[in-house]
Design a protein around this ligand. Structure first.
Ligand SMILES: [Zn+2]
Length: 157
């Protein structure tokens, strides 16, 4: 905490009749909360990085990266092998392809959110709602570390 803020707290607390040692306690608990946040953020960062690896692996198994646009992926047209002479092979392929498209889209969007969250951790602005700018609840972040908006805003949508 910068000096002028701790000075302010000391002033206010003394005015409120709190002793200097109470003020010190207050300051210590403030620092503790701060460092807990850091630890939690580290845990969430690990979780995000693991999820990023997993999603990238999943996407690679049936899609390929768009060389022109960062974060964009294409679903590969399924390849069933050459020794099959099934009549419906073409139709099957199209069906398979159409099933994969929304899956690919979802994975791609999650991966984008994860990358944004990791970027925000780097910049030190992680955990803010993109809609109302409020803090996103810690429990929500634990369950869903790539969350872009807070619970209130997500219910409203
Ligand atoms: Zn919000």
């Amino acid at each position: 905490m910068p000096f002028f803020i701790s000075y302010f707290f000391t002033k206010v607390n003394i005015l409120r009749g709190l002793s200097l040692s109470d003020t010190c306690q207050f300051y210590i608990s403030y620092v503790k909360i701060k460092s807990m946040d850091k630890n939690l953020q580290k845990q969430l960062k690990k979780k995000l990085e693991a999820e990023k690896l997993r999603l990238t692996k999943d996407l690679r198994s049936f899609a390929k990266k768009d060389p022109k646009m960062k974060g964009n992926w294409f679903t590969r047209f399924p390849f069933f092998g050459t020794n099959r002479s099934h009549k419906d092979e073409g139709a099957e392929k199209i069906e398979e392809y159409e099933k994969l498209l929304p899956i690919e889209h979802n994975l791609e969007l999650r991966l984008k959110d994860i990358n944004k969250a990791l970027e925000e951790i780097k910049k030190g602005v992680y955990g803010k709602c993109k809609n109302c700018n409020g803090k996103i609840n810690i429990e929500r972040l634990k369950a869903f570390p790539e969350a872009r908006i807070c619970m209130k805003c997500s219910r409203r949508k």
